[in-house]
Design a protein around this ligand. Structure first.
Ligand code: CA
Length: 441
């Protein structure tokens, strides 16, 4: 259910696009993530492409040139990531891997031919990335036991984890309308807050703006309303993955979250990385689901399969960097705030999706399911400032002498994610960036 390892994963494969062969690139020929962009040399149309090194391969131009179809008729009608079945995506990966492989001349020949009016290879620096799919709905889970425990401890020191946590994947319904692509400026939100000791709340700009480091999953094929998705088939519905920053105003959240959970403290903006990393690319980085401690309940039958237990996890290193205005002026590199791993999630994406649809709720193509803040067992792997600064009580020191409890205007948060192992080529997600600006009134 989790994809096969084949020749496209061979770590020895090299591309004729030289930047794809650099050891630190996120986009070697073994990755091939999808994105939607506007070319600066043709700004009135949108194009679908794959990232390869520091370039994008424009699939619309490849399609026009007849380079994609081969003997597969579905690929000749290819329009975007959501038009493909899982099997089509596997086939397309094979085609693209061959076209971009060292020694293959087909694209180069086409580029030199008179019929080539627009170069199918374009520098990523010369495109504007757009949302990769039309996101109909957005659900955010709470799948890290460590995050849930750290946050819970702030409210209930002796009993941090609520009794349902190890039985039911907890989530809330997020807001799809305010999801933005990496690089979009974030306006500081305003809202109601009430400090301890104050008699009544006030309305104003948040004083506790935070990020949340998360992994997102796009749904490919949806389910019919009333028809649950079994754990065995959950991964057939996965289009791919991206990085997610679930911006959070903690002071708004503290005042509004009871009894129905977060609302305006989260819905002002969510930033995602632009490239969809496919399940096929991630096949070499599958790991067992989180090993539950002795004494923890086993998942109920509808959330359990042997395949999910054995390979439901994802070994993806996830990092957060902070770049303040002061650091930017002095040309100081972004500062690493934390490093975690998606394998530390208590619930797998298959379990989250199965649970989501278990009551008959329909998910649709392009829906975004996010993991919740990814935190690990150590202090270095806490995935938000609320945890790192213990609710704003322990400021962190930055390399230029500045201190932070929560985010200030001019701060930029940068998420990165990558997979590496001994036997396979390192692949990455690119960046998920957002710069905080003053709010509008
Ligand atoms: Ca979240």
């Amino acid at each position: 259910m989790t994809g096969q390892i084949d020749e496209t994963h061979d770590p020895r494969l090299r591309s004729w696009i030289e930047s794809a062969n650099e050891p630190t690139t996120d986009f070697p020929i073994q990755n091939l993530p999808f994105g939607i962009f506007r070319r600066l040399d043709q700004p009135h149309t949108t194009h679908v492409g794959v990232a390869i090194g520091d370039k994008a391969l424009d699939l619309h131009e490849c399609h026009k040139a007849g380079l994609l179809s081969g003997d597969d008729p579905t690929l000749s009608a290819y329009l975007g990531p959501l038009d493909l079945s899982r099997q089509d995506a596997v086939n397309l990966r094979q085609v693209l891997s061959r076209l971009l492989r060292d020694g293959n001349e087909e694209i180069q020949k086409y580029r030199r031919s008179p019929s080539c009016s627009l170069d199918p290879i374009i520098a990523i620096a010369n495109v504007e990335m757009l949302l990769p799919v039309s996101i109909g709905d957005y659900t955010d889970f709470y799948a890290s036991l460590f995050h849930a425990t750290n946050i819970g401890r702030r409210f209930r020191p002796d009993n941090p984890l609520l009794p349902n946590y190890k039985w039911v994947p907890i989530g809330y319904h997020g807001r799809a309308s305010s999801i933005v692509i990496s690089g979009t400026p974030i306006n500081r939100p305003s809202g109601q807050t009430k400090d301890d000791g104050e008699a009544s709340p006030r309305f104003g700009a948040t004083r506790a703006l935070d990020y949340e480091l998360e992994l997102g999953m796009f749904v490919g094929e949806g389910n019919e309303q009333g028809a649950p998705i079994s754990i065995e088939h959950a991964e057939d519905h996965v289009l791919g993955y991206c990085l997610v920053n679930d911006w959070s105003a903690r002071d708004l959240q503290k005042w509004e979250y009871q009894p129905l959970g977060p609302f305006l403290s989260k819905s002002f903006a969510t930033t995602i990385s632009p490239w969809i990393v496919t399940p096929e690319a991630l096949a070499p980085f599958r790991v067992p689901a989180f090993a539950r401690a002795a004494g923890d309940p086993q998942p109920l039958a509808y959330l359990y399969s042997e395949a999910n237990r054995a390979r439901g996890g994802l070994d993806i290193t996830l990092e957060v960097f902070l770049l303040t205005e002061g650091m930017r002026q002095r040309k100081i590199s972004p500062y690493l705030l934390s490093q975690g791993n998606a394998r530390d999630l208590y619930w797998t994406f298959a379990q989250m999706l199965t649970h989501h649809a278990s009551n008959g709720c329909n998910v649709g193509p392009g829906d975004l399911i996010a993991s919740g803040t990814v935190s690990g067992a150590t202090a270095e792997s806490r995935g938000c400032l609320m945890e790192i600064t213990e609710g704003g009580t322990r400021p962190i020191s930055l390399p230029n002498g500045e201190a932070r409890t929560f985010l200030q205007d001019g701060d930029e948060v940068i998420l990165r994610g990558y997979c590496q192992s001994e036997n396979f080529r390192r692949i990455g997600f690119g960046e998920c960036r957002g710069l905080i600006g003053p709010g509008r009134t």
